[in-house]
Design a protein around this ligand. Structure first.
Ligand SMILES: *Cc1c(COP(=O)(O)O)cnc(C)c1O
Length: 384
C-alpha cells in the first residue's frame, strides 16, 4: 500500500455518489460553458468568504492575472511580492510587462515580512538600493501594488500590509491559492485585500478535478471588469468586446465538482487542523522548527512544513521508507533562471534562502490517521 501525500481517493470515496450525480446533471443539461453550477458556485463562495463578489475562473494563475489586469498593470509598474512562493505569483507580474520587486519573508511564518516591505517601498521611492535590494531598472518603475502570499495556508500579516499600502497608495492582491478555508482576525480568507485569488488545483485545500480558480472582491467595478476580462473583455453582449481579455472561464463540470466538495469543506478544514495539532504535539520533543500560527489567524494547512538542518538526509530516509515528502520551494524565485534578468544576487533574501535549504513538508490532508502520523513522526525523529 503506498501512502499518498494528499489523499484524494479517501475524499472521493466519501463523495462519489454526489459527485457522479452532479456530473450527470451537467451532462444532461449540456450547458458546459458558464452553466448554472458556475453561478451557484460563485454565490456559495462569496457567502463562504464573506465578500460581495466571486469571479470563478480557469486557475489560480488566471485569478491573479485577472486581478492585475483589473488594475491595468503593465510595463513600467512595480509590484512587491515574496520570493518564497510558487512561480505563478511573480509570473503574472512579468507576463504583463511589469516588474516583480521581491521582499524577504518572516522566518516563523514564511510570509512576506512587513518591516522589509516598508524598507523596499522606501528604497523604491528614494531610488536607493542601499536601503533594500532592488531589481535592475527599478529607478524607472512606478510602485503599484503588493501581492502577499498566504504560504502553506497561513494568512499573511494583512493589518501591517494594509497600513503600508494605504500610506503609499498601493493595491493589495491576496494570493490565497493555498489558504482557502483559513481565517485572519475572525474573517475568512478571500476577504483580506482589495482582490484575492485562490486556486482549485486538485491538491489545494479546496480542489476540483482539473484546473480552476476564483477571484474575490467587495468592489463592484473591479468584479464587473474581471467578469468581462475572463470572457475576452466582453461588454453587454457576447460579440461586443470593450477591452482585450482572456478565455479564463471555469468549466461547468468543475463547478459541479466543487459544489459537491463544498458540502464537506468546513469539516475537512477542521480535520486538517486536528491533523496539524497532532503533528505539532508528536514532534514537540524533536529539534525541528514547527509551523507557527500567530494569534488571531487560523491556517488552512495546505502544507505542514518543518525546518531542519538535516533536510536532505531526512527527506531521503523518509522516501526510502515509503513516506512521501515534498520541498516547497527548493529554489526561491529571485534565484530562478526565469527571473535572472532582474539581477538579484545570492544573499539578497537571506531568510528565504535559508528556509528553502531547510524546509520539508510532511503528508497533509483531512483523512490522515493518527496511527500513520505516529509512524511518520517516529521516522522523522529517528532520521534527523
Ligand atoms: C497553486 C498556486 C498558484 C497557482 O494556482 P494554479 O491554479 O495552479 O494556477 C499560485 N500561487 C500559489 C501560492 C499557489 O500555491
Amino acid at each position: 500500500m503506498t501512502i499518498p501525500f494528499v489523499d484524494l481517493k479517501a475524499q472521493y470515496a466519501l463523495l462519489e455518489e454526489d459527485i457522479k450525480e452532479r456530473i450527470h446533471t451537467v451532462l444532461e443539461h449540456g450547458k458546459f460553458i458558464l452553466g448554472p453550477e458556475v453561478k451557484e458556485l460563485e454565490e456559495r463562495l462569496a457567502a463562504f468568504s464573506t465578500v460581495r463578489h466571486t469571479v470563478a475562473c480557469s486557475s489560480g494563475t488566471d485569478a491573479l492575472l485577472l486581478a492585475l489586469l483589473a488594475y491595468d498593470v503593465g510595463p513600467g509598474d512595480a509590484v512587491f511580492t515574496t520570493p518564497f512562493t510558487f512561480i505563478a505569483t511573480a509570473e503574472v507580474i512579468s507576463l504583463l510587462g511589469a516588474t516583480p520587486v521581491f521582499v524577504d519573508i518572516d522566518p516563523a511564518t514564511f510570509n512576506i515580512d512587513p518591516i522589509k516591505l516598508q524598507q523596499a517601498v522606501q528604497a523604491m521611492q528614494t531610488k536607493d538600493p542601499s536601503l533594500y535590494p532592488l531589481p535592475k531598472g527599478a529607478e524607472k518603475l512606478t510602485p503599484r501594488g503588493i501581492i502577499p502570499v498566504d504560504l502553506f495556508g497561513l494568512p499573511a500579516d494583512y493589518d501591517s500590509i494594509a497600513s503600508i499600502a494605504s500610506t503609499h497608495k498601493l493595491f493589495v492582491v491576496q494570493d490565497a491559492c493555498q489558504s482557502y478555508g483559513a481565517s485572519y482576525k475572525g474573517k475568512p480568507t478571500g476577504s483580506q485585500a482589495d482582490i484575492a485569488a485562490t486556486s482549485f488545483f486538485p491538491a489545494k485545500p479546496l480542489g476540483c478535478y482539473g484546473d480552476g480558480g476564483a477571484a474575490f472582491t467587495d468592489d463592484d467595478a473591479l468584479a464587473e471588469k474581471m467578469h468581462s476580462l475572463k470572457v475576452h473583455g466582453m461588454g453587454t453582449h457576447r460579440y461586443s468586446n470593450v477591452r482585450v481579455g482572456l478565455n479564463a472561464r471555469l468549466d461547468t463540470l468543475q463547478a459541479a465538482i466543487l459544489l459537491s466538495k463544498l458540502t464537506v469543506f468546513a469539516q475537512e478544514i477542521q480535520q486538517r487542523n486536528e491533523a496539524a495539532t497532532r503533528y505539532t504535539h508528536m514532534l514537540s520533543d524533536s529539534p525541528v522548527q514547527l509551523p507557527a500560527v500567530p494569534q488571531g489567524s487560523t491556517s488552512a494547512w495546505a502544507q505542514y512544513s518543518i525546518l531542519t538542518d538535516n533536510r536532505d538526509k531526512l527527506a531521503a530516509a523518509l522516501k526510502e521508507q515509503g513516506i512521501p515528502v515534498a520541498i516547497y520551494y527548493p529554489v526561491p524565485l529571485h534565484r530562478q533562471q526565469a527571473f535572472a534578468f532582474l539581477g538579484y544576487e545570492e544573499g539578497d533574501m537571506p531568510v528565504c534562502q535559508e528556509s528553502s535549504a531547510k524546509i520539508l513538508s510532511l503528508p497533509m490532508h483531512p483523512y490522515l490517521t493518527e496511527s500513520l502520523q505516529e509512524k511518520i513522526c517516529t521516522l522523522v525523529k529517528e532520521n534527523l
